[in-house]
Design a protein around this ligand. Structure first.
Ligand SMILES: *[C@@H]1O[C@H](CO)[C@@H](O)[C@H](O)[C@H]1NC(C)=O
Ligand SMILES: *[C@@H]1O[C@H](CO)[C@@H](O)[C@H](O)[C@H]1NC(C)=O
Ligand SMILES: *[C@@H]1O[C@H](CO)[C@@H](O)[C@H](O)[C@H]1NC(C)=O
Ligand SMILES: *[C@@H]1O[C@H](CO)[C@@H](O)[C@H](O)[C@H]1NC(C)=O
Ligand SMILES: *[C@@H]1O[C@H](CO)[C@@H](O)[C@H](O)[C@H]1NC(C)=O
Ligand SMILES: *[C@@H]1O[C@H](CO)[C@@H](O)[C@H](O)[C@H]1NC(C)=O
Length: 625
């Protein structure tokens, strides 16, 4: 046993001395240190099934052999899988989506770099190229050609930077970064740019595969397409313009214009605006401007666009949303007799009490063995109830108590009626509220929708309902028709707020919307796919969105006063309105119902009078005969 351990130790010792010799002789690379650097690269840049692809042909030097042995050992102990391929052409057999891949290529000399071929490169795979030479002293070329080949890929180079006398093992990590040329506005590369260092297996920073898209475009133009949608973008004289017509900034208003300007400032870009024609009501099916984005005539499109163009373009990410809601007209109920009767609905309690009292009275009188007539009881009780007469005389304590209790009820009835009348004449009730889509569909009011675009909700009930709607042309037309005919229509939130403020009367809204949304629409800008602006533009929009800037611009574009007026108008209409705030106006005229009742009473008594006179006359004539 001891012998074996001794033997093992000896072999290890011999091996390590051999390795040391190799290191100090054939190469200046320290394999342990650079392997750790490569492992760090994998840990930072690969996240999903991290896999390193090692290129190892069948006729390699001892040096590369040792190097690979060391890499494999380090990566395995760090839990990174490896695949060994003979040459880079084999990469095309790899399923790119199945893992995060990083190809490690070992190049013996700087000169071999110029033979570098990008035909086999893939834009979803990362490449790490190890060059054992010293960049500044041993690499003479500026490698612009190589830079042009690889500047669109994730390629990073590791150069040896070890000093003879120094004990530290340093590697320089460099790559090519594209820049915009100020004069031509084209992208160019200069030469290797140092992005990081690895010292004794430790990376200085986390930058390993930097984004190579230029972020400062040096006053070069950015071509913006502007569609229209209130309040994101409002364009003057849009009716005479066609797609790709040049626009002056002064012709455009709205929140998207401000947003684009903020983003362009971060790119250091000059903005060229072009008109993009699209329907405001429903742009689905309009794709005629997409070729302008695809062929590079337009870099970015703004102005109330949705993610409906598939993946032929890239999107900025959501920066605004709006609800589509049903709008309906709101009117306070007028003060008709029907409404009053409908409102005074607690009267039956008094009727029940009246009947109960009459029965009790009749029973007590019977119990006391006193004469009692059902008709007289009912008439006296009714007279007392409506406050027009007294109750019958009482002859015992029982009867007194029953009558007293009944009188209390009578007092309450007259108080109840008086309070109902007062509130009816002084307080206006809020209008009928339609909160849900079901309420809308069941309300029986006329609906106004734009014919060609109304079937945008994929719901059988909605489609059936929309099919019965009346026709109108634009949001505004639909709104006006709804207002005139007390109907309903669908509106985007921004239009709703605007129209509500516009149509309010005496600071009370004439239109209201449901609390339930028909749907919510999300706005994104369109960016040319694969353009160098995509990722930075998306980052900027996300940051602005998180800071609430688009929402602020949106409200400013509608107008703070408009939004405020719309909000207060809807608050006012859905509250009770107390007309005594501006002076109480319960007049005799408003009580004319009482006179009508009195007139009816007079008419009835007149009829009775006539009937009695005729009876009397008949009786008298009978007497005479
Ligand atoms: C490296 O080894 C070779 C022979 O294997 C020898 O000729 C050469 O001088 C050595 N170089 C150094 C720097 O030791
Ligand atoms: C192997 O490499 C050596 C030197 O690096 C070269 O001379 C030889 O031709 C190579 N053999 C094959 C089969 O590529
Ligand atoms: C924008 O580009 C111009 C032209 O290259 C340059 O002079 C200016 O410094 C840049 N501005 C910023 C903020 O980078
Ligand atoms: C844009 O403005 C310039 C001057 O500011 C004017 O000459 C030009 O006609 C305008 N273009 C349009 C399309 O209005
Ligand atoms: C881009 O496409 C549009 C529409 O097809 C065309 O009018 C325009 O000239 C094209 N622009 C370029 C630069 O190819
Ligand atoms: C609308 O109703 C008519 C008949 O009332 C029917 O022919 C038509 O197909 C319906 N349209 C839709 C989209 O449901």
């Amino acid at each position: 046993m001891l012998q074996r351990i001794f033997l093992f130790c000896c072999i290890t010792l011999v091996c390590s001395t051999l390795l040391d010799e190799k290191k100090s002789n054939t190469s200046e690379l320290s394999f342990g240190s650079i392997s750790k650097c490569i492992s760090e690269f994998c840990k930072i840049s690969l996240h999903f099934r991290s896999t390193a692809i090692l290129e190892y042909g069948n006729n390699e030097t001892v040096e590369k052999h040792l190097f690979f042995n060391e890499i494999i050992k380090t990566l395995s102990s760090d839990g990174i899988q490896q695949i060994i391929i003979e040459d880079l052409t084999k990469i095309k057999n790899i399923e790119v989506a199945e893992a995060d891949w990083m190809v490690v290529v070992y190049i013996y000399h700087c000169e071999s770099l110029s033979k570098f071929n990008n035909a086999m490169m893939h834009d979803k795979i990362k490449y790490l190229i190890i060059v054992p030479d010293h960049l500044e002293t041993e690499c003479k070329d500026d490698f612009i050609d190589v830079g042009n080949k690889v500047a669109y890929y994730d390629v990073t180079f590791i150069f040896n930077n070890n000093e003879e006398e120094d004990n530290t093992e340093t590697y320089t990590i460099s790559t090519f970064i594209r820049e915009v040329d100020e004069a031509t506005c084209k992208e160019i590369v200069h030469g290797f740019i140092n992005i990081n260092n690895c010292q004794n297996g430790i990376l200085e920073s986390n930058i390993v595969f930097p984004n190579k898209n230029p972020t400062n475009i040096k006053n070069c133009p950015l071509n913006i397409g502007m569609g229209t949608l209130y309040p994101f973008s409002i364009i003057q004289d849009r009716d005479i313009l066609k797609t790709f017509d040049k626009l002056n900034e002064s012709q455009i208003r709205g929140s998207d214009l401000e947003l684009v300007k903020i983003a362009a400032k971060q790119f250091n870009a000059t903005l060229n605006y072009n008109y993009v024609r699209k329907k405001e009501e429903n742009p689905i099916g309009q794709y005629d401007f997409i070729p302008f984005i695809m062929n590079g005539s337009l870099d970015i499109c703004a102005g109330g666009f949705y993610r409906i163009y598939g993946d032929v373009v890239s999107y900025s990410g959501i920066y605004a949303r709006q609800a589509v809601k049903w709008m309906y007209t709101a009117d306070r109920k007028d003060k008709s007799w029907q409404n009053l009767v409908h409102k005074v609905n607690g009267l039956y309690i008094f009727i029940i009490y009246y009947v109960a009292y009459s029965c009790v009275w009749w029973l007590i009188r019977k119990f006391d063995k006193q004469s009692v007539s059902a008709t007289t009881t009912l008439i006296f009780a009714w007279g007392a109830l409506v406050g027009a007469g007294s109750l019958q005389d009482t002859r015992s304590l029982k009867q007194k108590i029953v009558n007293l209790m009944y009188l209390i009820m009578c007092l309450h009835l007259s108080a109840y009626i008086a309070a109902q009348l007062y509130s009816f004449y002084t307080i206006s009730e809020p209008p009928e509220r339609l909160e849900t889509i079901n309420d809308i569909m069941e309300s029986g009011r006329p609906t106004y929708l734009v014919p060609v675009v109304k079937y945008f909700v994929i719901d059988e009930n909605f489609r059936k309902y929309a099919n019965q709607s009346k026709e109108c042309d634009t949001f505004y037309d639909c709104f006006e028709k709804s207002l005139i005919y007390k109907g309903m229509t669908l509106l985007l939130h921004a239009f709703f707020a605007n129209y509500q403020a516009k149509s309010a009367v005496g600071d009370e809204a004439r239109i209201l919307c449901t609390t339930q949304n028909v749907l919510t629409v999300y706005y994104e800008m369109l960016i040319r796919k694969n353009s160098p602006y995509v990722s930075k533009y998306q980052d900027i929009i996300v940051r602005l969105f998180e800071a609430g800037i688009p929402e602020k611009l949106y409200i400013e574009a509608i107008g703070l006063t408009v939004v405020g007026r719309a909000e207060s108008a809807s608050k006012n209409i859905i509250a009770n309105s107390y007309s005594c705030q501006t002076g109480c106006t319960v007049t005799i005229r408003q009580l004319d119902g009482a006179f009508y009742i009195w007139l009816v009473g007079c008419g009835v008594s007149f009829c009775v009078f006539i009937v009695e006179i005729r009876k009397k006359a008949r009786r008298m004539s009978l007497h005479l005969i």
